[in-house]
Ligand binder design. Structure first.
Ligand code: V4E
Length: 238
């Protein structure tokens, strides 16, 4: 399980030029995201984001160490507040467990996935990789989860000379583009070092100071589910 620390930014001609100087575009690919929630939006109202990307399940949820090391200081730096930190879970057995924990009132019905995950303690085994790409109709629908958002993204990924920093430039098919400076750390890893790397990269790219930038899903919700978007804003989830 890893923690994704990232900062979104608007990529203009200057930052693109710098990015091409300090980084290498290692990948350009297109993928479809399908996001799931209960009809009452129980997950996203808890800042839990379940999706299928390229058919594989992924869950993002807030880090349990809500206050990272850097935030034990008197005041988190402005730069740190612009960064999000989410735990990223890709093992379906772990996703299932986490969802059960979040949705305490889910059906007690035994789902096919809980049976086939009983031997899946190896989170990196091929079995799990295969299992991750199971169709949704089994356990997800048993948990009353429905797809509420579906869009395709064209992504260019750059690796930077700064160790462990990636930059993604995304163009979503609903007409929104956004950049992300991203560092992955293991659970319990050095959050401050990750934030410093992101801060240095943002400065190099000339990314403007204290402006928070919307992610694709924020914009998608704003356009397609304005009432839910307003609720997420009012609860400071977005
Ligand atoms: C965590 C989250 C959402 C799920 C989508 O996360 P995001 O990082 O936007 O996905 P993507 O595809 O752009 O990047 P990848 O996962 O490939 O690295 S939707 C909303 N959130 C919370 C959130 C937030 N509160 N603030 C900001 C700036 N972004 C996301």
């Amino acid at each position: 399980m890893s923690i994704e620390v990232e900062r979104k930014f608007v990529c203009n001609a200057n930052s693109l030029k710098t990015l091409e100087e300090i980084g290498v575009c290692v990948r350009q690919h297109q993928f479809q995201d399908r996001y799931f929630d209960t009809p009452q939006f129980d997950l996203t109202l808890r800042d839990v984001w379940l999706r299928q990307r390229k058919g594989c399940w992924e869950l993002k949820c807030p880090t349990t160490t809500v206050k990272g090391g850097e935030e034990l200081q008197d005041e988190p730096s402005k730069a740190a507040t612009l960064c999000t930190r989410y735990k990223e879970i890709t093992n379906v057995a772990d996703i299932h467990l986490k969802l059960k924990e979040v949705l305490k009132d889910i059906s007690e019905n035994k789902s096919p996935i809980s049976e086939c995950c009983q031997t899946s303690t190896d989170h990196h085994g091929l079995g799990n990789a295969e299992m991750n790409c199971v169709p949704e109709e089994g356990w997800a629908s048993a948990m009353n989860l429905v797809c509420f958002a579906e869009f395709t993204t064209m992504r260019r990924t750059f690796t930077l000379e700064e160790d462990g920093v990636n930059v993604d430039l995304d163009d979503a098919d609903f007409g929104y583009s956004v950049g992300e400076i991203e560092v992955l750390i293991p659970e319990g890893g050095d959050m401050q070092a990750a934030l410093d790397k992101i801060h240095r990269t943002a400065k190099k790219l000339g990314v403007a100071g204290d402006q928070a930038v919307d992610g694709k899903m924020s914009v998608y919700l704003q356009r397609n589910f304005p009432a839910h978007y307003a609720r997420l804003l009012s609860q400071h989830i977005l």
